[in-house]
Design a protein. Structure first.
Length: 301
């Protein structure tokens, strides 16, 4: 059992991230830049926030790599812990870890560096739920990288929205949980409402982002949804996507590879959607930092 856990740990550490660690850090950096642009100062340490927003995927605050292995970063729309395989040991969603972080805020008077690190860890989850594959959720981890995760952060385009987002920071949500829930809800709405036009073997088709990339039927009670009709190909302008006929007795893993279709999608479609979701992640993180700063100041008055 120990050997199995160590093996899984190494695999998860290598490829089981949400946004890539660098992208998490970049989003946090942009959030702090937004606050500075809007003339808002905080008592917290920005560098530590940025650092720990990435480290939550590798060396979590007040925890270890085992914590990362046993608390997967998938969201469920009900605040509950998900029992699976090892019952209380392994969770597919992040609520157990989230609750721990909230308890740290509530029950401890932390030094500036510790509180900043805690803020970075929480920022990680706020950012995760701007990723559709985390809120449907669709499984990705060892052996399967979600393509939205590593899409480049569109920093210049996000900075161009700073002036219009300053006013949003003046109407801050009441608590961090509200920010998390609203960000997750916005992500689910975005993939329902956003459509794309694409070519399939030269013929034009139209689909919602949900149908195309991250899909769950309304009556699906499974924990995970699935990648949509275009598969895990987000961000690719040209690709071939195979259709597999399952439950056959020959072929790899009892499957037979059938016809592949050639797809073409305008790259601007991905840029527009990524900018939208990344901007939401930046704004939500900035709002969370403001709440954490208020809590820190109240604890240290």
């Amino acid at each position: 059992m120990k050997i199995l856990l160590i093996t899984l740990l190494v695999l998860w550490h290598e490829v089981g991230h949400s946004y890539s660690i660098k992208n998490h850090e970049y989003i946090s950096t942009l959030s702090i830049e937004l606050l500075e642009y809007c003339g808002i100062t905080t008592a917290l340490d920005g560098k530590t926030i940025v650092d720990f927003s990435g480290r939550e995927d590798s060396s979590p605050h007040h925890a270890s790599l085992i914590t990362r292995l046993t608390n997967w970063h998938f969201y469920t729309n009900q605040k509950k812990e998900d029992d699976w395989i090892f019952s209380a040991f392994l969770r597919r969603d992040f609520w157990k870890r989230w609750n721990f972080l909230m308890d740290e805020i509530e029950n401890n008077k932390l030094q500036k560096n510790e509180f900043s690190a805690l803020t970075g860890a929480i920022a990680h989850y706020i950012q995760d739920v701007s990723n559709p594959s985390h809120v449907i959720p669709v499984y990705h981890g060892p052996g399967l990288k979600d393509e939205f995760d590593s899409y480049p952060i569109l920093a210049d385009k996000i900075r161009s929205t700073f002036s219009e987002n300053c006013s949003s920071l003046e109407t801050n949500p009441q608590n961090i949980f509200e920010i998390l829930e609203q960000t997750a809800k916005n992500s689910l709405n975005a993939i329902e409402e956003k459509t794309l036009v694409f070519l399939k073997d030269g013929k034009q088709h139209e689909s919602s982002f949900k149908e195309a990339f991250w899909y769950r039927a309304a009556d699906d009670d499974n924990f995970f949804g699935k990648y949509g009709s275009l598969g895990n190909n987000y961000g690719k302008s040209e690709f071939s996507f195979p259709i597999w006929r399952r439950n056959q007795k020959v072929g790899p893993k009892k499957t037979i590879k059938r016809k592949s279709y050639d797809y073409k999608i305008n790259a601007e479609v991905f840029k527009e959607f990524s900018q939208q979701q990344q901007t939401k992640a930046v704004l939500s993180t900035a709002k969370m930092i403001l709440i954490m700063n208020e809590v820190y100041n109240n604890k240290n008055d």
